[in-house]
Design a binder for this molecule. Structure first.
Ligand code: ADP
Ligand code: MG
Length: 273
């Protein structure tokens, strides 16, 4: 597919997005499953056309935050507002573990669900709907897999099918929960290329990831989360030793490589040396 790899976010484009309209605004959002809040006092804006990466260790509340922004979870306190945005215009690619892959449904049917979400169940799919499904599958380079059962696909392919579903539903904003976990580098690159290409067409991208380098290199803004919001801003402003120490403890280092890109060095999980 599209190979026009952008290693460093386009600074001019990022600057333009600072003035873009807000699509989602969260203010002082606290969400708890039991008594203990999973995320607390989160405030953030997502602006049209941005690429936002949510980073944080396991249990940091990334999925909770995404589901709250989507309206699937209700905050105990605080508010989430959508501006000029309807539910059907938000595409959601859930975390892999949260989906049952055993159901017997083809790739084409999964993507058609995006159309159904747009048009409701009252009328059956029409030619234009099947065409939209084909176009969406083509866009994510999955057209040749249309008749496959989703259960037979690799993790990376399934994510692309979910992205196609969002396109079929004419989403303007895509939220992806750890779309790169458990996929190989090649699948990660092809999914990221699809996302970049959609973003160039104006689709806003919000995703969570463990991959600090990817978040740094390919996103306009990074949100560092660990229960609370530790930092939210341009990658260079977020990737500071104090922020990373709050997120992951010691053992991380920021290194500038030849591209002027910060990479981190993980420790080997040893507390005693
Ligand atoms: P992440 O996606 O960053 O790994 P989560 O949002 O899944 O984090 O989880 C944040 C916290 O909320 C964790 O402590 C987790 O155990 C807890 N949690 C998540 N989902 C549930 C749930 N359905 N019921 C109870 N606790 C939950
Ligand atoms: Mg999660």
């Amino acid at each position: 597919m599209i190979q026009d790899r952008q290693l460093i976010p386009d600074v001019e484009a990022a600057r333009a997005r600072v003035d873009a309209p807000v699509l989602i605004r969260a203010r002082d959002v606290t969400v708890a499953y039991g008594r203990e809040p999973a995320i607390y006092n989160i405030s953030l804006d997502v602006r049209a056309g941005e690429r936002v990466a949510i980073i944080g260790p396991n249990g940091a509340g990334k999925s909770t935050l995404i589901q709250t922004l989507l309206g699937l979870l209700q905050p105990q306190s605080g508010t989430v507002e959508w501006f000029d945005l309807e539910g059907q215009q938000i595409g959601y690619v859930p975390q892999h573990e949260g989906v049952n892959w055993d159901f017997p449904v083809t790739v084409r049917d999964v993507v058609m669900l995006g159309r159904v979400r747009r048009m409701g169940w009252l009328r059956g799919p029409r030619r234009a709907d099947w065409q939209a499904v084909e176009a969406a599958l083509e866009r994510v380079d999955m057209l040749e897999f249309s008749d496959r059962q989703v259960g037979e696909l690799s993790g990376g392919q399934r994510r692309r099918v979910f992205v196609a579903r969002a396109l079929a539903q004419e989403a303007r904003l895509l939220m992806l929960d750890e779309p790169f976990s458990g996929v190989d580098v090649q699948a990660q690159n092809s999914l990221m290329d699809v996302l970049d290409s959609l973003n160039r067409d104006g689709i806003t991208i919000v995703l969570s990831t463990h991959d600090l380098n990817l978040a740094f290199q390919r996103f306009d803004r990074v949100l560092a989360l660990r229960g609370e919001l530790i930092a939210y801003g341009k990658p260079r402003d977020v990737y500071r030793p104090d922020v990373l120490a709050k997120m992951y403890g010691g053992g991380l280092a920021l290194v500038e490589n030849g591209h002027g890109v910060a990479v981190y060095v993980d420790d080997h999980g040893c507390d005693t040396c």
